[in-house]
Design a protein around this ligand. Structure first.
Ligand code: GRF
Length: 209
């Protein structure tokens, strides 16, 4: 399976995927493209180091959003991925891309969906809201991307305890280490090995316990 990974920032999830492939925890998978909207994303360095083709294209380079959306669709089509992986990608995925790659786009969100998700919940903001509300358990979710924000079928989730002395930064880091870097590579491996089906808007995983 060929995957295109879309990033905007540090790219630790991209690194977890690169390492997962390198160490054989993700099988039948190669990264055909890393796309970033942000020219300064450290994720680009990670792609370079791993010898993976990358494209940087910012919406700012275009007159309007529709033109950017078309360009993005073309970049992705040219790479011919079987799966698109959003790994900390802050670009809102246009409907034309969602339609073209129906049930072939996955995202990682740093909370247990349907809590702390939707418009306005991204990056550190998620963890700030979690701490504000005082919940005791948070975590991460890998889900398919549909036309809504964080509304697609859920593939995998992993819970992480919130500590009394957590800051948004410490909670973000622990959720990455204990949840995101584990369930994202696992989800890709399951999809690459045809273990994931979507039925009636829900994911069924073959042999998952
Ligand atoms: C992660 O917390 C991810 O859940 C969120 O954005 C962050 C990306 O981090 N969507 P990185 O770029 O993979 O290090």
């Amino acid at each position: 399976m060929k995957i295109a990974v879309m990033v905007s920032g540090g790219g630790t999830n991209l690194q977890a995927i690169i390492d997962g492939i390198g160490e054989g925890r993700i099988t039948n998978t190669e990264i055909c493209l890393v796309y970033s909207n942000n020219p300064n994303a450290y994720a680009i360095e990670r792609a370079k180091k791993a010898g993976i083709p990358y494209v940087v294209k910012s919406p700012k380079e275009f007159e309007n959003r529709a033109e950017f959306n078309e360009a993005l669709l073309q970049i992705l089509k040219d790479a011919e991925p079987d799966l698109i992986v959003l790994a900390g990608c802050l670009v809102v995925i246009p409907e034309i891309v969602v339609k073209e790659f129906k049930n072939r786009i996955i995202n990682i969100h740093p909370s247990l969906i349907p809590s702390f998700c939707g418009t306005g919940y991204y990056g550190l903001k998620v963890h700030e809201k979690v701490l504000e509300r005082g919940v005791k358990v948070s975590g991460a979710t890998v889900h398919f991307v549909d036309e809504g924000t964080d509304t697609g079928p859920i593939i995998l989730q992993k819970a992480v305890y919130v500590r009394d002395d957590d800051t948004p930064e410490s909670l973000q880091r622990r959720i990455m280490e204990q949840a995101e870097w584990k369930i994202m590579p696992l989800a890709i491996d399951l999809i690459a090995n045809n273990k994931v089906k979507v039925e009636d808007g829900k994911v069924i995983i073959d042999g998952y316990e």
